[in-house]
Design a protein around this ligand. Structure first.
Ligand code: ZN
Ligand code: ZN
Length: 447
């Protein structure tokens, strides 16, 4: 049985009455403070999302057609396009790094845009497109892996890096990527989870989907159930306590089958689990692999430069020291934070989360939940160095005069970023709160 009027927090499993459509407000769980997924937002209508997505797709195509940067030195000119960067890595036998750059900057962002248009345009016309469930599930899966904004920062760092060596001319693509980054910020504000509910409305009504904000919702937008009040977490009613389970994918709250081990969601057909199966074991395995690869990522060279003056290898720390020595302190700080601090922080925080959850600790649950959210948000920014390497490799290929190729450190570093992102995805944050709620409430002391 399904309960469409209920919503469960995806981070702490607390159960709420679904709030009305919001305008200019974000629904947050009053127990753990996480933003609630699947709550309809009246401010970002389907028309607006369609328009921005279409504009982003056109800008994306422009960004692929023109060079990002042009390098001029001693009468020689070199262009770097995004496709050229992937090709240069592939030719330099860095196949996995080439695949990482291709997927995060081209395949996943373009898939998200095309798939969103494929879903939104028919829904606007009052029709559910074929393969809706599979396409929307894929959109939700690829979303965290699109890294256009990180690539944009990588381009800016490459410009500063190259400007001391040669004349750098920004290409048409650079401006297109700038615009694309802003458009992706708007698209990221749209929660695709709410499309499941819109799909149901369209299927039930069989007509065009017209989005209107109810007058009552405009006047009183703060929902009673999801008011931003910190309630004691132990007192919250969870889906598990109520014998219910919320779908990981579409968020639908439904009855838990006591015997079925392979229960599937009645709406999106995704496998249903109270908690992610083997979450701690998988997180720990991925974390261990990432920690082991972090050592070669810092010791091995990420770039190899060969020129008439000789050959040179650059490690990540060497690159930061170069920026520092040449007086580019802000840049040295950005690269240090993105390439050294963020991966170390991620490894430390994920280890803390896994160990405390494994030991059944009820220590500081709110702070641990905030740390988990922070890791999910900052994880992608570590790809910065991989993008800088790929652009530099594509730009500097002047034959015997000067040639830069990617080193094995880039592969190890890229793998650390991907593995820590996977580990953070595998960790089930509800385990933090299960330990808090399992503890018996303290008996009131007699006066
Ligand atoms: Zn919560
Ligand atoms: Zn579902």
């Amino acid at each position: 049985m399904e309960y469409r009027e209920l919503i469960a927090c995806h981070e702490c499993d607390a159960l709420f009455r679904k709030p009305p459509r919001l305008r200019g407000l974000v629904a947050r769980c009053s127990s753990c403070g996480a933003g609630m997924k699947g709550v309809r937002h009246a401010g970002l209508t389907l028309e607006r999302v369609c328009a921005v997505t279409l504009a982003a797709l056109i800008t994306f195509l422009i960004a692929q057609a023109f060079p990002v940067l042009v390098l001029e030195t001693n009468g020689l000119t070199s262009h770097a396009t995004l496709v050229g960067a992937v090709q240069a890595l592939w030719k330099g036998h860095m196949h996995i790094v080439a695949a990482m750059v291709f997927c995060t900057t081209m395949l996943f962002p373009s898939f998200e845009l095309v798939a969103l248009l494929y879903l939104l345009l028919p829904l606007r016309a009052g029709r559910v497109p074929r393969g809706f469930d599979a396409v929307l599930r894929l959109v939700q899966w690829v979303r965290p892996w699109g890294m256009t904004e990180v690539f944009m920062l990588g381009v800016l760092i490459t410009i500063v890096k190259m400007v001391s060596l040669a004349r750098v001319i920004p290409g048409t693509s650079l401006f297109a990527f700038g615009a694309l980054t802003l458009m992706f910020c708007v698209i990221a504000a749209f929660d695709p989870c709410m499309l499941w509910e819109i799909r149901d409305e369209v299927a039930n009504r069989g007509g065009a989907f017209i989005e209107r904000t109810p007058r009552r919702a405009r006047r009183n937008t703060v929902p009673a159930a999801v008011a931003p009040v910190a309630r004691p977490a132990a007192a919250a009613v969870t889906a598990r306590h109520a014998g219910l389970v919320a779908c990981h994918c579409c968020g639908l709250v439904q009855s838990r089958s006591a015997h079925a081990t392979d229960q599937h969601c009645v709406r999106c057909r995704s496998p249903l689990h109270e908690r992610r199966p083997e979450s701690l074991t998988r997180t720990f395995g991925l974390l261990l692999a990432a920690a082991l690869l972090y050592i070669p990522a810092n010791l091995l060279p990420i770039m190899h430069t060969s020129s008439l003056g000789g050959a040179e290898d650059d490690t990540i720390l060497g690159g930061i020291a170069y920026f520092w020595r040449s007086g580019d302190w802000p840049l040295a700080a950005i690269v240090f934070v993105a390439s050294v601090m963020v991966p170390m922080l991620k490894l430390a925080i994920l280890t803390l989360q896994t160990v405390t959850a494994y030991r059944g600790s009820a220590w500081q649950p709110l702070e641990r939940a905030r740390l988990h959210r922070m890791v999910e948000r900052i994880g992608r920014w570590s790809m910065l160095d991989v993008f800088v390497v790929s652009l530099t490799v594509a730009l500097v290929h002047f034959g015997s005069l000067a040639q830069i190729t990617a080193g094995p450190g880039a592969l190890a570093f890229g793998s650390v970023v991907v593995l820590t992102m996977l580990a953070s995805n595998e960790f089930d944050p509800r385990l933090i709160w299960d330990n808090v709620r399992r503890r018996p409430a303290r008996a009131p002391t007699r006066p």
